[in-house]
Each structure stands twice: as C-alpha cells, then as structure tokens.
Write a protein that binds this ligand. Sequence first.
Ligand code: 13P
Ligand code: SF4
Length: 343
Amino acid sequence: MPELPFTPDVAAATEALRQKVSHVIPDIEWAVHAPTIAAINALKREKNAVILAHNYMTPEIFHCVADFVGDSLQLARLAAKTEAKLIVQAGVHFMAETSKVLSPDKTVLIPDPEAGCSLASSITAADVVALKAKHPGLPVVTYVNTSAAVKAESDVCCTSSNARAVVEDIAREWGVDTVIMIPDEFLAQNVAKQTAVKIITWKGHCEVHERFTAADIRDFRSANPGVVVMAHPECPPEVVAESDFAGSTSGMIDFVAAKHPNKVVLVTECSMSDNVAVEFPETEFVRPCNLCPHMKRITLPKILNALETMTVEVTVDPAIAARARKSVERMLAVPVTKARFAA
Ligand code: 13P
Ligand code: SF4
C-alpha cells in the first residue's frame, strides 16, 4: 500500500490529536500515522461506521481513530447497543465474533482475520462437549476469549472483570457448589481464591501473561521502590499474589484514575501503559511488558483497508450464533461488580 502524504491539510486536520498523544508518539512517527488517521476518520464518517478498540491497541488507534474503547466486557456491551450498521473491530477475532453474535444484522469487519488468541485456540466445541459428559450436571462458564462455537456449548460467558460474579451467580442458579470454568487455567485459579465455589478448569493460557513470574514482580519492586504493581488475572496466581491489585484492563485504568499513583507497573500487554499514560501524564509508568502478537496485527493501514474494501467480514453460522448469544446475554444480565483479585 503506497504511503499517504503528510500534507499541510492533514497536519491541520489532525493537530488536536497530535497534541493529545505527543507524550507517547514522537513527531517523526506522527508524520507517518497522521495521513492514515485522517483518511480513516473521513471514511468512517462517510460510511457511518464505528471502530471498537480494545485497550491493547496501539495509541494511534486507541486515541486517534477509535469511537469506543474498553476491555472485553465493555466492548461486548457497546457492540450490543451501538446504532451503527457497520462495526470495525480493532481487536482480536473472538472480540469481532462476539460483536457479530450480539449484532447479527450488522456488518462486522476485522482488519486482520489472523488476529487470534492463544486462549481461544486452546479449546474446541468438541472439548466442551467431552467436559460436560465427564462432569454431568455442572454449568460451563466460558471466558469470552473463545470461539463462538465454544460459547455455543456453554451456559454462560465471563470476562476478567466479572468472572467471580458470574461463577457465583450461575452456581446459585443451578444450586451447585462446583462449576466448569474454561479455558484459562490461571484466571480460574485466581477466581477460585476469591470464592467458595469449586472450579474445574482447562489447561489454556494467555501466551502474553503466562510469561510473567513472581520473581519479575520482586525485581520491579527492588528497582522501583514504592511502585504500585497491577497485574491482569490471566497471570499465574503467584504473580497476582505478589501484586498490589489485579483486575481487567479497564480495572487497571480505573485504579490509576482513582488513586493517581506516582509510579506504576502494569503487568500486562505493552500498549496499555502508553494508552493510560496519555490520560494520566503525571503518573510514571515502568515499562517491562509483553507484546501480544495477535493484537499487534491490527494496524492503521489495515483498518483503512478494511473500510475501503469492506473486508474481512466476520460471519458466524446463525444456529451457532443463536446458542452463543444466549451465553453472552446470560453474562450481560449479571450485575457488574468490579472484580478484584488482590493479594
Ligand atoms: P480484558 O477483558 O481485561 O480487556 O482482557 C482481554 C484480553 O485479551 C487480555 O489478555
Ligand atoms: Fe489472547 Fe493473551 Fe493476546 Fe489477550 S493478550 S488476545 S488473552 S493472547
């Protein structure tokens, strides 16, 4: 794709955005991004599209072209209620599928269909059927980081920000003391520490969060005395135990907004710190982080291409979508109580 020119008109049209992100995007890089940002924003208006962006998108996407941003739960809620007929999902494939499941009449585009997730690829619908046969009478709580086919075999979905509430709600409804919670073993173990409900889990892991260790956290602290450590609950339980706070990506943002810590380390994907730093420049972010190769497949040029070519459209078999929708909607009906997985 030929590079678009950084003309004076583009510079003027994008100046307010440049100022907003100047803390994390140097001017030399801005000259590359600005023409694509201007083109995306013009085309988006022309086509009445909305861009839903996950908190792990790079700052030029998150702050400059997204209409709505959030964690997985917030994006699912936004997809369910947006009036727009065209959704561009700046996130990974399971997020786009969730949008399509909740909005079957809308067109959902993903800028790169190869943007997967190690958790989503760790389990199939046949695996869920086998688990149910092995543990009859137990409800299946499925993390949204899964395919629509896996959600279709489940009783309810959850995200990292409502996992404990969902587990307790479904256990109460079914009158059981044990649930099956798939596919993230570490999220399940972190939830199990917070609830009396017993949990049978699966061996799926997030390839980004499984790499953090308790020793990493101790090293951050000794190199940065007084630093506040926040971890995503997809991290191993010993990492969460060493942290000051654990929660979803939006839970971390809420924590920074509420407490204004001087120095923090977000034990999660790299773009989070950049995105939060734009809004809280007075907080210092220590930057050891891991990149999600799937999230990083989504780029400005691919978003522009998606809007120009109306590809790649996400489709879900209507029969599977109808069953998956029940699991997602059952989740959305659970009152939101912010999950905290403190040490
Ligand atoms: P959140 O729901 O916390 O945004 O997490 C999604 C995800 O993929 C984290 O790795
Ligand atoms: Fe999946 Fe982990 Fe990437 Fe999130 S960060 S999309 S859980 S691989």
